[in-house]
Design a protein around this ligand. Structure first.
Ligand SMILES: NC(=O)c1ccc[n+]([C@@H]2O[C@H](COP(=O)([O-])OP(=O)(O)OC[C@H]3O[C@@H](n4cnc5c(N)ncnc54)[C@H](OP(=O)(O)O)[C@@H]3O)[C@@H](O)[C@H]2O)c1
Length: 292
């Protein structure tokens, strides 16, 4: 269950913040027969009495699984990758954020894609954009987003920008309906909506953690449900390397991203993929003032 995977966040971050505590995750499914249970108990005793070997272990049947990683080189594709379509219709949550706009620009530029960008921020209607730009500073958040949407439109892209909260089922279902009414279909979706975590466990409140978990945990479930009947080529979840390489002050953010990583194994009705982005580049991922 992906909700249980959220434990991997605290499990990895607690030892950074409390050096006297060691954490390991030992994941078991209880066997049905007595002899198997005895074997499992023996295996668990060996595991808990051993030193800090593998931090993440799972027992399944007679197998003991440990987490490993393999390097993979991603070559630049020569042609359009098979899951992307020229003129495809793509829904991006958090579409006016740094990564959302970067991916939107790439899809617009290379595929002349039609885009549905959802965001918490409400833009004025397009007929009011000139008036807004002439009466607001160029650094104003809405002005910047208007200019960025216009840059996308300059590629000849059709864009639907819709304000919504990705955790709201009714709003997300309505967005899917509006997108299908306008473009006839949705070929793929990218879930970038998210809020950065940050702050020591001792100083965290429940509200702070809920804010960070909302878009990634509830938002992913809401989005997957809203798109359940839509035959997609892909549903990409933007996770973070923080779910694998834990960092101080990232207990909630690591947990939320661990949920995304696990989701792709349980939501098999859609072709889901999680990408563990590394912070960096133009849209460096740093906690924003006033968030927590
Ligand atoms: N950029 C990086 O270096 C990096 C690295 C690793 C992982 N990631 C992941 O990639 C994703 C995108 O990152 P980013 O750099 O593009 O962040 P960003 O610039 O802050 O954009 C995130 C967008 O999501 C929106 N959002 C947040 N909660 C939402 C909600 N409940 N409903 C609808 N929209 C919501 C935000 O709207 P508001 O601004 O109105 O809140 C914002 O526009 C995040 O999930 C992040 O965890 C990013």
């Amino acid at each position: 269950m992906p909700d249980k995977a959220t434990l991997l966040g605290p499990m990895q971050v607690i030892p950074h913040e409390y050096p006297n505590i060691r954490c390991r995750s030992i994941d078991v499914t209880l066997p049905q027969t007595g002899t198997r249970i005895e074997t499992l108990v023996d295996q668990l005793l060996v595991d808990v009495s051993a030193g800090p070997v593998e931090p993440i272990v799972a027992y399944r049947g007679t197998y003991r699984w440990v987490q490993t990683f393999e390097p993979v080189r991603l070559e630049k594709p020569e042609a359009v990758p098979p899951r992307l379509k020229v003129g495809g219709v793509y829904l991006i949550t958090g579409g006016l954020g740094g990564m959302g706009l970067t991916l939107a620009r790439h899809l617009a530029e290379t595929l002349q894609a039609k885009l549905i960008l959802t965001d918490q921020l409400a833009l004025p209607t397009s007929t009011e954009w000139d008036a807004w730009l002439s009466t607001h500073h160029e650094d104003d958040g809405v002005s910047r987003k208007i200019r960025q949407v216009r840059e996308l439109e300059a590629f000849g892209t059709e864009i639907l920008v819709i304000q919504s909260d990705v955790t709201d089922q009714v709003q997300m279902q309505s967005i899917v309906a509006q997108a299908r009414a306008r473009f006839g279909r949705i070929d793929g979706a990218i879930h970038t909506a998210g809020i950065p975590g940050g702050g020591l466990i001792q100083l965290k409140t429940r509200e702070m953690v809920e804010q960070v978990m909302a878009a990634k945990v509830k938002g992913t479930l809401v989005l997957a449900e809203a798109l359940r009947q839509v035959p997609l080529d892909f549903l990409v979840l933007c996770s973070s390397i923080n779910s694998v390489v834990s960092r101080l002050g990232q207990v909630d953010y690591g947990a939320a991203n661990a949920f995304l990583d696990a989701c792709i194994h349980t939501h098999t009705s859609q072709p889901m993929l999680a990408i563990n982005w590394e912070p960096g580049g133009k849209s460096e991922w740093r906690p924003r003032p006033g968030r927590n």
